[in-house]
Design a protein around this ligand. Structure first.
Ligand SMILES: Nc1ncnc2c1ncn2[C@@H]1O[C@H](COP(=O)(O)OP(=O)(O)OP(=O)(O)O)[C@@H](O)[C@H]1O
Length: 259
């Protein structure tokens, strides 16, 4: 069973008007993977995330999660099965304290079924569970950060809050849409071990990223999109050496010099 993909995208196409956002995209995600998805602006990365998570319907093709096709299912049904995502443009309830942002997912059917966070099967007070999750993910409880209004938090915490909302569902897969974007160097540096920790806890990750240096440290495999089509897939080292990637995606070989 461990050799079976947890997620299998098969020949997915998506067109917006005349724009081919995705063309015959196929890939497998194995349990425990950190799969990086990279590509230039407009190459189809976010559309792929939207198709997998039900926010956009594929024109054709299949998205098999644990063998069952998700195409046509609503986003909340997909999240209920343990396949969750963060958003590039974050959407917290800005006027609420950070921990209150977790109450909605903690009241979801999945959280109820799975017992929320580490409650060992029984859900404790949801407020307590929410603060526990935030602490787990780097909100310092002793500094009262979980209790601060979301609008007052810097980007680094808001990115973590996005992840925390996923974690409240006890996900099996999290798709992170540009978790490093907008972060300071130190925020990025602290995000890397956090992603490693999620992987060690058994969560399978897809990371859509522009920040190659941090991504290549984390990902065991990388897929490259260009104009909606997959042009390469392999280890970070293989992708970095791929001539088509260097030329078609980056336009020159220099981009990898800083990785
Ligand atoms: N809802 C939409 N309506 C029309 N065109 C769209 C829509 N969503 C995406 N597109 C187009 O599809 C193509 C792929 O866009 P997408 O946002 O998936 O790329 P991306 O790789 O995520 O880009 P970025 O790195 O800039 O976030 C682009 O040409 C974009 O303009």
């Amino acid at each position: 069973m461990a050799d079976e993909p947890i997620l299998s995208v098969r020949d997915v196409n998506k067109t917006f008007g005349g724009v081919k956002a995705l063309t015959e995209v196929s890939f497998d995600l194995m349990p425990g993977d950190i799969l990086g998805v990279i590509g230039p602006n407009g190459s189809g990365k976010t559309t792929l995330v939207n198709v997998i998570t039900g926010f956009v319907r594929a024109d054709n093709g299949q998205v098999l999660y644990k063998g069952k096709n998700l195409v046509g299912k609503a986003p909340h049904k997909i999240a209920d099965q343990g396949l969750t995502r963060t958003f590039q443009v974050m959407r917290p309830y800005f006027s609420l304290p950070a921990y209150k942002n977790l109450i909605v997912p903690l009241f979801s059917p999945r959280a109820r079924r799975t017992g929320g966070w580490r409650g060992g099967g029984r859900m404790g007070s949801r407020d307590t569970v929410a603060v526990d999750i935030l602490e787990e993910i780097g909100f310092e409880r002793e500094s009262y950060v979980p209790y601060k209004t979301a609008s007052s938090l810097p980007t680094g915490y808001l990115k973590r809050l996005e992840l925390a909302r996923c974690l409240a569902l006890r996900p099996e897969v999290i798709i992170c849409d540009e978790v490093f974007s907008g972060l300071s160097m130190s925020e990025m540096a602290s995000m890397v071990p956090l992603m490693e920790k999620l992987q060690m806890e058994g969560i399978t990750l897809i990371m859509v990223e522009h920040r190659l240096r941090e991504l290549f440290r984390l990902a065991n495999r990388v897929m490259v999109l260009n104009f909606g089509a997959k042009i390469a897939e392999g280890s970070p080292a293989e992708v970095m050496e791929n001539k088509e990637v260097k030329e078609a995606y980056f336009g020159s070989e220099e981009v990898f010099s800083y990785v």
